[in-house]
Design a protein around this ligand. Structure first.
Ligand code: RIB
Ligand code: CA
Length: 317
């Protein structure tokens, strides 16, 4: 079976780390590169985290490129309260033994996508600053990418950063606007479905039955993330947004999607960063993306746990 070639654009971040591990644990995928953007933490720290996660998982040969540190227009709004000062919660990663690649993440995205038209699936699980810059620098990226799966937005769901806006979109709404209207084939994975993807303490205890530095890393990282969810949103467990988006590269049946015209508010008012869909086609505009609105959440969590358990068994030390 030919592997699906994937680049993950990421702001690692605890749930980003889980998405990267899921990609490495999935035989259907060939993870080609990680391109890092500021969001949960600054892109410099994020790149260190990405290198450390890959080395923890024995995948130290996968290139990591550092990208945009600040959004196109807004000030950078980092999220230490959610992901901790390092972005990895209470977990500590091995100090990376290698550096990021010399190319800027935007240039690496362009280079890899344009070198293989129709072959690269881009999974964007952070703010869209890198992706927007790539489109502006080389507009042909929008038609050369096979598909772009975006974790972001809140369509019928309330926001998680303002009452209306989701974090990745609020961090850089102008980048989201560029990407949403670029013509690239997009599947949007908003809070409407990711809020159903809750990892519980019992799930993490199950992973800990497999002795591995990876299961201990996940336990330490998600413990911080669960404390945040409990304190700020009274959620028992933690929302693993990014692994759900990543899982759609090999298990699209986990969600139900609808072709819709979606836009994002780039005004400076209270609804900045709010994403909205024209369900009743009032604007008579062609749909610009597939939007995941339904989710088989427990099937996803079970798939995630099985793959991570197997991956931990294969990496006992
Ligand atoms: O709103 C959730 C998203 O913002 C996730 O990608 C999380 O990692 C943060 O980047
Ligand atoms: Ca993220």
């Amino acid at each position: 079976m030919e592997k699906k070639r994937v680049i993950i654009d990421t702001d690692p971040g605890i749930d980003d780390a889980l998405a990267i591990l899921l990609a490495l644990a999935s035989p259907e995928l060939q993870l080609e590169a990680l391109t890092v953007v500021s969001g949960n933490c600054d892109a410099v720290q994020g790149a260190r985290n990405a290198l450390g996660i890959l080395e923890l998982a024995g995948a130290g040969d996968i290139p990591v490129a550092q990208g945009m540190r600040i959004p196109l227009v807004q000030e950078a709004l980092l999220a230490p309260e959610t992901h901790g000062e390092t972005g990895m919660g209470y977990a500590s990663l091995p100090s990376p033994t290698r550096e990021v690649v010399p190319q800027h993440a935007v240039d690496l995205l362009i280079e890899m996508i344009m070198a293989a038209p129709g072959e690269i699936t881009l999974v964007a699980i952070g703010p869209l600053t890198n992706v927007a810059m790539a489109i502006r620098r080389e507009p042909r990226v929008a038609s050369a990418v096979k598909e772009t799966i975006i974790m972001g937005g809140a369509i019928r769901e309330w926001g998680n950063t303002t009452p209306l806006a989701e974090f990745n979109t609020y961090f850089d709404p102008h980048a989201a606007h560029i990407v949403y209207h670029s013509g690239m084939p997009i599947t949007l994975v908003p809070l409407d479905v990711t809020y159903q993807a809750i990892l519980t303490r019992a799930d993490v205890d199950r992973l800990l039955t497999v002795e591995s530095p990876i299961s201990h890393f996940i336990a330490d990282a998600t413990r911080f993330y669960m404390e945040f969810h409990d304190e700020y949103q009274s959620i028992e467990g933690c929302v693993i947004n990014d692994p759900l988006a990543l899982a759609l590269t090999f298990a699209p049946q986990l969600v139900d999607t609808k072709l819709l015209y979606v836009d994002v508010d780039i005004g400076c008012g209270v609804s900045m960063g709010k994403t909205f869909a024209d369900f009743y086609r009032m604007w008579n505009k062609e749909p610009n993306m597939k939007v995941a609105l339904g989710c088989r959440a427990r099937d996803f969590i079970e798939l995630f746990l099985q793959r991570i358990e197997d991956f931990c068994r294969a990496h006992p030390d």
